[in-house]
Write a protein that binds this ligand. Structure first.
Ligand code: ZN
Length: 273
């Protein structure tokens, strides 16, 4: 089951431009996460994996831009990996998905970015064409902001726990919505989107990505400061996993996922009660 999923997951997000959504503005947002100084201390000795950086498109304009904004890719990716780990877990003592090798590639290809692989061997590509598009107005801050946001999303896929007992990313919508929702939640939680400007209105948490991600961060901000960590860990305890059972485990029996979604939409002014 696990092995089968890992195989299927090797195609995670590939070719889907929706995998990591593009941001539009260059406005930055402060980290809404936990205390960064403490996080650095907690995770400084954790083995995030061997970061293997490979530029497969060194002649491209996108590559030139990438290297102009990120001087030391290996160190930068490792730093963002620790940010992701700190958002998903309390400490290295937790039950964490092990990553042995993280092969990060710049590629001259369509799409944005995607994670593949499994079993501790992770591959992530980042499109130099996407970098070029993000740099359309010669806005260095914007392309850096986008690069970090996309990286936070894909790194979440490397370290996040996965639902059990309900099929796989490719076969089950709940599984998929949780995986993609958490990846964007980690991005939202660490200032990787332009706040309210990038928050989609309407839809449903089952749409995954930002619709779920902003909702999960709202639950963290309004219901439980450790919501994201507990939600991630719920996959180890709720088998077969479901949104509603996970919510009950994390927040209490009296809560219900659809009622919370309603409450969130009303609170944000997206709908009238
Ligand atoms: Zn994704």
């Amino acid at each position: 089951m696990k092995k089968q999923f890992l195989f299927i997951a090797s195609g995670l997000c590939i070719g889907l431009s929706a995998c990591t959504s593009q941001t539009t503005g260059a406005k930055t947002e402060g980290s809404a996460g936990s205390n960064q100084a403490t996080a650095e201390e907690v995770w400084k000795d954790y083995f995030v994996g061997n970061i293997l950086f490979e530029d497969k498109a060194p002649q491209s304009e996108g590559s030139r831009i990438y290297h102009s904004i990120i001087v030391d890719p290996q160190a930068y990716i490792a730093e963002q990996a620790r940010t992701v780990l700190n958002t998903l877990y309390y400490s290295p003592a937790d039950s964490i998905v092990p990553v042995n090798n993280l092969h990060y590639k710049l590629e001259d290809t369509d799409g944005v970015s995607a994670k593949g692989g499994g079993g501790g061997e992770i591959g992530i590509f980042y499109s130099t064409r996407h970098i070029e598009k993000s740099f359309a107005n010669n806005d260095t801050a914007k392309v850096f902001f986008e690069t970090r946001g996309v990286l936070l999303h894909e790194l979440t896929h490397a370290y996040q726990l996965e639902p059990q007992g309900i099929g796989s990313y490719g076969t089950n919508k709940v599984f998929w919505a949780f995986i993609e929702g958490m990846a964007d939640a980690v991005r939202v939680a660490n200032g990787g989107f332009n706040g309210e400007e990038d928050r989609p209105k309407g839809g449903n948490y089952m749409d995954g990505y930002r619709r779920a991600g902003y909702f999960f961060v709202w639950l963290r901000d309004n219901k439980d400061p450790d919501f994201l960590r507990k939600f991630n860990r719920s996959t180890l305890e709720i088998i077969p996993w479901s949104f509603d059972e996970a919510i009950k485990l994390v927040l209490g029996k009296e809560y219900q996922i659809d009622a919370l979604w309603q409450e969130y939409q009303v609170a944000m002014g997206d709908i009238n009660s």
